[in-house]
Structure formats: structure tokens, C-alpha cells
Write a protein that binds this ligand. Structure first.
Ligand code: 13P
Length: 246
């Protein structure tokens, strides 16, 4: 049983349409009940649903986030993109930046750094994803990979108070695999040790579900979870929160 405020971030990735809105009723009801305890819920739906989610969550404490943004704060000729100001304007409070699914498509640490700066400028809170691949893990490069991602991703950003780190080992995403508890504890400590003055919140992401949360929640330096697949199912998402606090 924990008394801490824990963040539960639902990353819906490229899933969901208008009919998904009905599934939120259960979560809204839960968020208003005593069972929510110290849980802080954040939904990151696809861009097409942000406005509808925002309206739906008007009467409750559930926050909204985007899943990415363009690096430019200025409006411009960038077909197919949206920027951090647009996200803010439509009701988002957070944005996920540096997700490995976007790094895989070519997003560099440098580009991620520009995106984080523009999101902070737009007064969004940033969920900054870092994590090693399976081959990097096998070659014992986890620490150097994370250090590098943090160093370049947060270059020249003095005020980090609106940045959450999300440790998502690439090999754990969607695979059903999760790191060993003692490894995860040490990696989270390692990430926190990179910050001298104010330690950021560190979330864990990768195959979190109602079955493994009872073990993961015992790792007491983790401040929350970034949840993909299981977050699209209201019951599973609620169960994860309940089991964290049970
Ligand atoms: P899964 O929970 O589906 O493994 O996804 C994790 C993730 O990528 C969240 O950003």
C-alpha cells in the first residue's frame, strides 16, 4: 500500500475513434470515487480525439496529453504536423516526446531536444521517453544510452520542473516482458542521479498490466506508469490503479 501520488499515463498510440469515448465514462466515475486514492490520471489519445476527450473530462481531474509535437512553436507550412501551441490550445496539459516508436522512425536526440523546448515554451508538461534496445541491453550499454539520451535531450534546459522522465526499455514495449525488479530499481536510481538539484518524477513504461502491477508497484522509487495496450481497456486501466494502491 502506498500513499504517494502516482501518475498513470494512458498512451493510446494510433488506436481509438469517436466510439471509444463511451469507454471513458467508467474511468470518469472511478476518478471521482475514493478508490482513486493518490492516483493522477492522464490520457494521451490520438490528436483526432484530444478535443473530444478534453470536453469529456471537463468535470473531472483527468488530464490530457498529446503523443508528440512538431519542434517549431511557430505556425507554418508543415503538412501533417501539429505544434505544442496547438496542443495547448485544444486542451492538452502534457505531451509525450521521444517515444521509441518515433525514435525508430528517425527522431534524433537533437530533434527531441528542440521539441521539448518548444513544448515547455507552450507551458505543456513533458513526458520525456528514454530507453535502451535489446541489443544495447545485451551489450551492457543501458547506462551509456540513457545518459546520452538525457544529456542531449535536455541540453540547455535549465528549468526541468515540468519534465517527467519515462523509462521505457524498447524490448519491454508490447512484448509482455518487464525488467527484473532489482534492475528496474537501480536504473530508476541511475536516472534520478543524473539530476543534481530537483529530482524529476520517473515513470516506467513497457507491458504494464493488471497482472504484473502488484510486483512493479513494490519498486518504490517509481513515480508512475506509462501504459500502452492495457490503457485502452477501461477495466484494465482502473484495475492497474486499484492494485497499485491495494
Ligand atoms: P505497452 O504497455 O503496450 O507495452 O506500451 C508501452 C508504451 O509504449 C507506452 O508508451
Amino acid at each position: 500500500m502506498t500513499n504517494k501520488y502516482i501518475y498513470f499515463v494512458a498512451n493510446w498510440k494510433m488506436y481509438g475513434n469517436l466510439s471509444s469515448l463511451n469507454t471513458l465514462d467508467k474511468v470518469i466515475k472511478f476518478s471521482k470515487s475514493k478508490e482513486i486514492k493518490g492516483g493522477r490520471l492522464i490520457y494521451c489519445p490520438p490528436y483526432t480525439l484530444i478535443s473530444s476527450f478534453s470536453k469529456k473530462f471537463k468535470s473531472c481531474q483527468i488530464a490530457i496529453g498529446g503523443q508528440n509535437c512538431h519542434e517549431s512553436e511557430d505556425y507554418g507550412a508543415h503538412t501533417g504536423y501539429i505544434n505544442s501551441r496547438m496542443l495547448k490550445n485544444i486542451g492538452a496539459h502534457f505531451v509525450i516526446i521521444g517515444h521509441s516508436e518515433n525514435r525508430k522512425k528517425g527522431e534524433s536526440d537533437k530533434l527531441i531536444n528542440l521539441k521539448i523546448k518548444s513544448a515547455l515554451e507552450a507551458k505543456l508538461k513533458v513526458i520525456f521517453c528514454i530507453g535502451e534496445t535489446l541489443s544495447e541491453k545485451r551489450n551492457k550499454k543501458t547506462h551509456s544510452v540513457l545518459s546520452n539520451q538525457i544529456k542531449i535531450g535536455l541540453k540547455n534546459i535549465k528549468n526541468k520542473s515540468n519534465i517527467f522522465l519515462a523509462y521505457e526499455p524498447v524490448w519491454a514495449i508490447g512484448s509482455g516482458l518487464i525488467p527484473k525488479s532489482q534492475d528496474l530499481f537501480k536504473i530508476v536510481e541511475f536516472i534520478k542521479s543524473k539530476f543534481r538539484d530537483k529530482t524529476p518524477k520517473v515513470l516506467y513504461g513497457g507491458s504494464v498490466n493488471p497482472n504484473n502491477i502488484t510486483n512493479i508497484r513494490k519498486i518504490n522509487n517509481i513515480d508512475g506508469y506509462l501504459i500502452g495496450g492495457a490503457s485502452q481497456n477501461a477495466k484494465k486501466f482502473i484495475d492497474i490503479v486499484k492494485k497499485t494502491y491495494s
